[in-house]
Design a protein around this ligand. Structure first.
Ligand SMILES: *Cc1c(COP(=O)(O)O)cnc(C)c1O
Length: 369
């Protein structure tokens, strides 16, 4: 490892957490959590926790202005569980996937492995660009709004035949990028990214068509493990409940973050704040001869996760290690991508001024390496 180097205090960001997930939690949210001993350690079947779940559902619906008839559904297991739930409970015969990074690939793999489904149609693009699926035979079209592994963002719009459901993985987009929920049937996410909570939960905006599809597949007699049964999740969510015990701390942190986002002015303001942070990084990279944005098409550059290629002459592992020792954490590239790159989570809680400070710190270290 490179020799240690101390960055002057006046250059350092106020908060050095730039991870892409789990990501920075606002200190005020942690204070709020510590205050809620009326909830922590109490039964999730009693009214106070049901009220907490209801508050989260209502705030999410307000933040995304969800259309009439759509429901906020939640359960345990994070976004990864939701892929298997879709395989059991939402894909009828065949799905179509846009694959342009590790997360969108995982869902396509889950569908490929399922013995009860036909092989999916996979529309693939190289890391750093995007691919949208379009298959007349598919009954589900799926892709990620933001590919967290590469920092590429894709549009959210209806694809395929009229009967096809559109399933959007918004795990790192929700709460940082806006979307027209009417263009989707399930817009699903987890709270450890823009929502600055902890992991373990999945949440989704579900259309009446998606709810009807799940009910029909269940009635058709398909084998459905309870935890993967979307209809059971819908029934529980209507009662502000989950099938099994949720992490109450995750719900409390999420509740606090949603209140903060709505106070800030809602999705317009939150999205602008994230865009300001990532634009600072892209502009900085374009003005340095040792750095360049990994995603070449500016239209596809994520407004929440910026990936920046660094000249091979600068060993990025040393740069990242020095920054970490100085309190700047988790700007490592996605491991499977294997590039001389940094990846910076610019989620809602991250202060755009701290992102500007990060660029000054990188300049400082690179000059001395
Ligand atoms: C983080 C992430 C996931 C995985 O979320 P888990 O809650 O850990 O399962 C899935 N998709 C995307 C786009 C992500 O960013």
């Amino acid at each position: 490892m490179a020799r240690m180097m101390w960055i002057p205090d006046e250059l350092l960001p106020g908060d050095g957490r730039f991870g892409s997930g789990p990501a920075k939690i606002r200190p005020e949210a942690l204070d709020y959590l510590a205050m809620r001993s009326d909830i922590m350690g109490t039964s999730h079947r009693q009214p106070p926790v049901k009220q907490l779940v209801a508050a989260v559902q209502e705030s999410l619906a307000e933040l995304y202005r969800i259309p009439a008839g759509y429901e906020v559904v939640l359960g345990n297991g994070g976004s990864t569980l939701f892929w298997d739930m879709a395989v059991f409970s939402l894909i009828e015969q065949r799905s179509a996937h846009g694959v342009f990074g590790e997360f969108s690939r995982k869902f396509a793999k889950a569908a490929t492995r399922a013995p009860h489904l036909a092989d999916p149609a996979v529309f693939e693009a190289e890391a750093g660009s995007i691919a949208l699926p379009d298959s007349p035979e598919a009954d589900v079209h799926a892709w990620a709004q933001n590919e967290t592994s590469t920092g590429a963002a894709a549009p959210v719009e209806r694809r395929g035949s009229q009967d096809s459901l559109v399933l959007i993985d918004a795990t790192s987009a929700a709460g940082g990028i806006d979307a027209d929920i009417a263009e989707t049937d399930v817009y699903y996410f987890a709270p450890q990214k823009n929502f600055s909570s902890d992991g373990g939960l999945w949440l989704a905006f579900a259309s009446p068509d998606a709810i009807e599809r799940a009910a029909r597949l269940k009635a058709g007699g398909r084998y459905l493990p309870e935890i993967l049964d979307f209809s059971i999740a819908v029934d529980n969510s209507r009662k502000n409940q989950t099938l099994n015990t949720p992490a109450l701390a995750t719900l409390l942190l999420l509740e606090d973050q949603l209140g903060w986002m709505l106070d800030l002015g809602g999705m317009d303001e939150v999205a602008a704040r994230c865009r300001r942070s990532t634009q600072t990084l892209y502009d900085w990279a374009e003005s340095r001869d040792f750095a360049s944005p990994f995603v070449t098409d500016p239209e596809h550059r994520s407004p929440v996760v910026a990936t920046i290629d660094i000249d091979e002459a600068i060993p990025v592992a040393d740069l990242i290690a020095i920054l970490r020792r100085n309190g700047i954490r988790d700007i490592d590239p996605y491991r499977a991508l294997n590039r001389n790159q940094i990846r910076v989570g610019c989620y809602a809680s991250v202060d755009p001024e701290d992102v500007a400070a990060l660029t000054a710190c990188i300049d400082h270290v690179v000059e001395r390496l």
